[in-house]
Design a protein around this ligand. Structure first.
Ligand code: HEM
Length: 486
């Protein structure tokens, strides 16, 4: 194709025809000249660039995507930011060419507060590659499956918690997520109540030379010292337990200490890697669990279909376990639809291109996969605003495996904890929906986007009412005798 032909081929969307495939081969566009303009931009006359509100910016971006095409560019002061808002474009740019979009835009303040040890903000390169490989090999391994009995037992505690104190349902879910992640990270049975520190915007991210002022960022440096102390003390505790031959069960930290010769991380690096679990994996999991249960209360007909499946497969004389998972496509479809309906991170997390081959997006550009819009792509999800779990089920009544749910992010930065998290969401939804019929308290306000976001909302987005589906004494007995193997 001549460069002129390729130019005309790109004019309508400035994208070639995109393919959906798992094939890692780069799409045709790779060889095209990057002298072409960036993807289209909604007009703006503001000096500061396009205006995005602090609350729910994804809704504004979704409007632009509908109007200007699947990939758009917006301006924030002097920086160009690319948003991807359709499924095919996300597959092609973020997945097939994932290596080229694996960076993160530098955030100086986060670098200082993590002493350069942070994971989620780590730039693309050898260190990130080693960290991700390590986490993947642990969190996707058989070792991580060993947490299933624990996840079951914690989900059982939610059921008992609802029986004892239904009003504090949200607290039971938060406790589930916090205790599970402490166990995975450190093998600890109790959870230390640690507020996840939000990372606000700092002036140094707009005016980088501030970092050279010796007095600047004292609070950020202090934050680093505090986290280091906290994470290191957890690692030292595990080391001591190992030294004393205590039976502490599996944990990521134990695994890393035992295999440090393979991975070659320092102890401080191990401490921060394990610490990243708590930061990234606790409130994300609890909010997602709440979203699924909120969907059940908001769509009673769909909840009833799931419960019909549970009654047929499990009945009321035994409690469900992970062993039932394969026989419950309707429940799994319901969960996928709930996550599509209200994705946890609707704006996506910022990636950054590391080479300027990706379409016409130059190296160094910040790129967001706008999960909200991608989940509402009408070509892939017809009637995108309708809640239809059926869309995840094929003609053979099995779960479809040809559509990807991007709620765990994209390509080389996809969430390494997604398998552990998905199992948590599944087992809680299974036990709670088997035991109770959920309805919304009509006297309390409903904010159905309230559980979106990576921290637990301060104000309850809704109030649930739980109606027991099984006589209470039976239910309590089954929970008491709940199996300890998955
Ligand atoms: C349902 C719960 C969860 C959701 C919805 C979720 C979602 C996400 C998303 C959207 C990202 C950004 C991906 C991207 O940049 O494209 C991410 C990154 C990450 N997640 Fe999760 N996550 C969850 C649970 C967990 C758990 C349980 C862990 C740890 C065990 C975890 C560890 C991480 C880490 C370390 C990253 C940073 C990866 C990187 O920058 O390369 N997450 N997660």
């Amino acid at each position: 194709m001549s460069s002129l032909q390729s130019f005309f081929a790109l004019i309508p969307l400035q994208l070639p025809d995109l393919r959906i495939s798992d094939d890692a081969a780069p799409p045709q566009c790779c060889g095209l000249s990057c002298n072409l303009p960036l993807p289209p931009s909604p007009p703006t006359w503001r000096f500061g660039g396009h205006f995005l509100p602090r609350r729910k910016p994804f809704l504004i971006v979704a409007g632009w995507i509908n109007e200007y095409g699947p990939v758009i560019t917006i301006r924030s002061r002097f920086e160009k930011i690319v948003y991807i808002g359709r499924y095919k474009a996300a597959v092609d740019i973020m997945e097939c060419q994932g290596k080229l979009v694996a960076g993160r835009p530098p955030m100086i303040s986060a670098g200082i507060s993590s002493g350069g040890m942070g994971f989620a903000n780590a730039p693309s390169g050898n260190r990130l590659y080693r960290m991700r490989r390590t986490l993947h090999s642990y969190l996707r391994s058989k070792a991580a499956k060993a947490y299933q009995p624990l996840q079951m037992s914690h989900a059982k505690n939610i059921v008992v918690g609802i029986l004892d104190d239904p009003y504090n349902f949200q607290r039971h879910v938060v406790t589930y997520a916090a205790t599970t992640i402490m166990k995975v990270a450190y093998g600890k049975n109790t959870h230390t109540s640690r507020a996840v520190q939000r990372h606000d915007a700092y002036l140094v991210d707009s005016i980088p030379w501030l970092k050279y002022l010796p007095w600047y960022g004292r609070d950020l440096k202090l934050r680093f010292e505090r986290s280091k102390k906290l994470h290191t003390s957890e690692v030292n505790r595990v080391k001591e337990q190992m030294h004393n031959n205590e039976d502490i069960g599996p944990s990521f930290t134990k695994y890393m200490l035992e295999n440090s010769h393979i991975y070659g991380f320092t102890e401080t690096e191990i401490a921060f890697l394990a610490g990243s679990f708590l930061k990234a994996g606790s409130q994300t999991t609890s909010n997602t669990m709440c979203t699924v249960l909120m969907a059940a209360a908001c769509f009673p007909e769909e909840q009833a279909k799931v419960q019909a499946e549970l009654d047929a497969v499990i009945g009321w004389h035994r409690a469900p376990t992970f062993a039932d998972q394969k026989s419950l496509p309707r429940l799994q479809a319901f969960i996928s639809e709930a996550l599509r309906w209200r994705p946890l991170v609707p704006d996506g997390l910022a990636h950054q291109t590391i080479k300027d081959k990706t379409y016409c997006i130059p190296a160094g550009t910040t790129v967001y996969g706008n999960v909200w819009s991608i989940c509402r792509d009408p070509d892939v999800f017809p009637e995108p605003d309708a809640f239809k779990p059926q869309r995840w089920i094929d003609g053979q009544s099995s779960l479809r495996d040809d559509i990807k749910l991007f709620v765990f992010g994209f390509g080389r930065r996809v969430c390494p904890g997604q398998h552990v998290a998905s199992r948590s969401v599944f087992i809680t939804a299974l036990l709670v929906l088997w035991a109770f019929k959920l309805t919304l308290d009509p006297t309390k306000p409903l904010e159905d986007m309230g559980f979106m976001g990576e921290s637990m909302p301060d104000i309850r987005p809704c109030e649930f009412e739980f109606e027991k589906r099984i006589p209470e004494t039976e239910l309590r007995r089954m929970m008491q005798d709940y199996p300890e193997v998955a």
